[in-house]
Write a protein of this length. Structure first.
Length: 613
């Protein structure tokens, strides 16, 4: 059963690589045809230039001094302007396209490549038949596999020297796969060598393929070598916890291939390596992790994170814009590492988790400051913001989360104005909007009036919104009209949230009223008085500051109060509460009307020109 499984895996791998080789043959044929056409075009251009520079056949050379008749003839006939030495020659006529010769393509190239694949398949069938009939023993089978893999890798170099690049890569990958399977069979199936020897052999195969990839500057061959290296721990697994062996091997493998990616333009090496590391890390974690292994596991996870983060950091320092694959690498690396930290530290070491997340925020902020490309700066700055925001709910709970988020939103808006970065300002406003949504949850109402965590969150949010509006007003000329409207909405929200928070406090304190007062009626009267005073204050400040927006907000709140008094208080409040509500509202409206008209008339007088004599 084991032999059949091994031979089946070898056969499937061989068929897969044969298909890849056939595809490589097709790509090679296309490139070969294009190369021939380029050579033909170059030859035609060279022949045209030599014809123009050589004298015509059978004619005599033109003398240095033309005869008088020739000189007059030259003067009468306009000469063709000569092309300066530094100017490009006129484009030559396109070469005549030769008809497509399908017969030559099939007989001369396709049959040759298909024949190679057929021979390899026939050989594999013969070996399988010999193995099934026990013609060759275990040692001979392993030896044949090792010899075949080595021969295929050597043959790939022969094909490469004759210009068959794609075909040679397929042959080299096939040889590497045969070597991996042979070493695995020698250890697991036939017990011919110990596990350490099989591991060393697979490392040597991986190193040889990586060296070939480096020498040939082939990313495809490097990817195949990396996949072989990542397969090694899975092939040699015994189901026993070998944390140090596994992670040290992966660290060495990743460091080697990331160095290859750094010294080349290969983009897929790092993402594939990260996928393999994440797979093995969480596979080991879910099966073998326990709190006693916290420190070494945390150390290995940090080393993996630093390795992958260093590649993106070095590229950003070099001034290069990160490609899509590298951007994905940065985001995926930050995500898996933060997830692993959360799994290991959240339950028993939340304080250390908070420090670790803040350290990640500081590190990404430093990378953002050192990056030269704008998109890279935004990427690292966004990650820094995400980590700083994530630290808040880790360490804080309840209303303190909302307070901290409000402070962070104000800090982002300030940093956006200070640094002239619109994205930071808009992110800060979005974070403040999130805090408004979080305050809609009124569960866990406090007991003390004003001196409670929820009201502190309201104060922090009102301060953040008001400060943001003030900064936008002071730099009004530097922001776009659409952004000015957003900050105008923020100013309106600041007043609305202030009234909202005070209304909650009045509702709560009057709900516990004593001394013969009905809590339900006292709450309604308290809200009417609060809204009346708040609207009056907004109108007074708007008149004094000359702010039309503040005056309209005050008028809107007063209008809401009038609707409440006439539609609700008149119907549901008892006589005493109703009298107080209407009298206070009426007196306030009269005073507001007087001061409003007085303020507007003084504004008109100050704006009128002085009378002329």
């Amino acid at each position: 059963m084991a032999e059949s499984l091994f031979l089946g895996c070898a056969f499937l791998l061989f068929v897969f690589m044969a298909g890849g080789s056939a595809l490589a043959i097709f790509n090679f044929i296309r490139l070969k045809t294009l190369d021939q056409k380029v050579h033909q075009l170059s030859a035609i251009l060279a022949a045209g230039e030599s014809t123009e520079s050589a004298p015509q056949a059978g004619g005599r050379q033109r003398p240095d001094r033309p005869a008088p008749e020739e000189e007059s003839r030259d003067q009468e006939t306009p000469a063709t302007p000569r092309v300066a030495d530094h100017e490009a020659p006129p484009p030559a006529a396109p070469p005549e396209r030769r008809p497509f010769d399908l017969e030559a393509l099939i007989a001369g190239q396709w049959l040759n490549r298909i024949g190679i694949v057929a021979v390899l398949l026939g050989t594999s069938f013969f070996l399988k038949y010999a193995f099934d009939n026990n013609w060759i023993g275990p040692s001979g089978r392993v030896a044949i596999g090792l010899l075949a893999g080595t021969t295929l890798i050597a043959a790939s170099q022969w094909f490469l020297s004759r210009g068959h690049r794609y075909f040679s890569e397929g042959i080299a990958a096939l040889g590497g796969g045969v070597l991996f399977l042979s070493l695995y069979a020698a250890w697991d199936f036939y017990k011919l060598i110990p596990q350490a020897a099989a591991l060393g052999g697979m490392i040597m195969v991986t190193g040889a393929l990586a060296g070939l990839a480096r020498g040939r500057n082939s990313q495809r061959l490097a990817v195949l070598a990396l996949l072989g290296g990542l397969m090694t721990p899975g092939l040699l697994s015994t189901g026993v916890d070998s944390q140090t062996t596994l992670f040290v091997y992966l660290l060495a493998l990743v460091a080697g291939f990331l160095s290859l990616a750094w010294y080349s333009t290969w983009r897929w090496i790092a993402p594939i390596a990260l996928a393999g590391v994440v797979f093995y890390f969480f596979s080991w974690y879910l099966r073998f992790y326990e709190p006693a292994k916290l420190l070494p596991t945390l150390l290995y996870a940090t080393l993996f994170f630093v390795l992958f983060a260093s590649l993106a950091a070095l590229r950003s320092r070099r001034g290069a814009t990160l490609h899509l694959e590298e951007t994905f690498l940065v985001l995926a690396n930050a995500f898996w590492f933060s997830l692993s930290l959360h799994l290991m530290l959240y339950d028993d070491h939340r304080g250390w988790l908070t420090l670790a997340v803040l350290a990640l925020a500081a590190a990404h902020l430093a990378l953002a400051r050192r990056a030269t490309a704008a998109t890279t700066r935004y990427l690292f700055a966004g990650l820094a913001l995400a980590f700083a925001t994530a630290a808040i709910p880790i360490r804080l709970e309840g209303e303190w989360i909302r307070t901290a988020l409000a402070v962070e939103g104000a800090a982002l808006v300030w940093a956006g104005f200070r640094g002239g970065v619109q994205a930071l300002r808009l992110t800060g406003l979005a974070l403040l909007a999130v805090v408004v949504a979080l305050l809609l949850d009124t569960s866990g109402a406090p007991e003390r009036f004003l001196l409670n965590e929820r009201f502190l969150a309201f104060v922090a949010l009102v301060t953040a919104l008001g400060s943001s509006t003030y900064w936008a007003t002071s730099q009004r000329s530097r922001i776009e009209p659409g952004e000015r409207r957003l900050f105008g909405i923020a100013g309106f929200a600041a007043n609305a949230v202030a009234v909202w928070g005070l209304s909650e406090e009045v509702w709560r304190i009057l709900g516990t009223a004593s001394g013969g007062l009905d809590p339900r009626l006292a709450r309604q009267l308290g809200l009417s008085l609060l809204w009346t005073l708040s609207g009056s204050l907004l109108i007074a400040v708007g008149v004094k500051k000359g702010s039309k927006a503040l005056r309209w907000q005050g008028l809107l709140l007063i209008g809401l109060t009038i609707a409440k008094v006439f539609l609700f208080d008149l119907s549901f409040l008892e006589r005493g509460y109703r009298i107080v509500s209407f009298v206070v509202l009426g007196l306030v409206l009269l005073l507001l009307s007087f001061f409003y008209q007085r303020g507007l008339s003084s504004d008109r007088k100050s704006s009128e020109p002085p009378p002329s004599n």
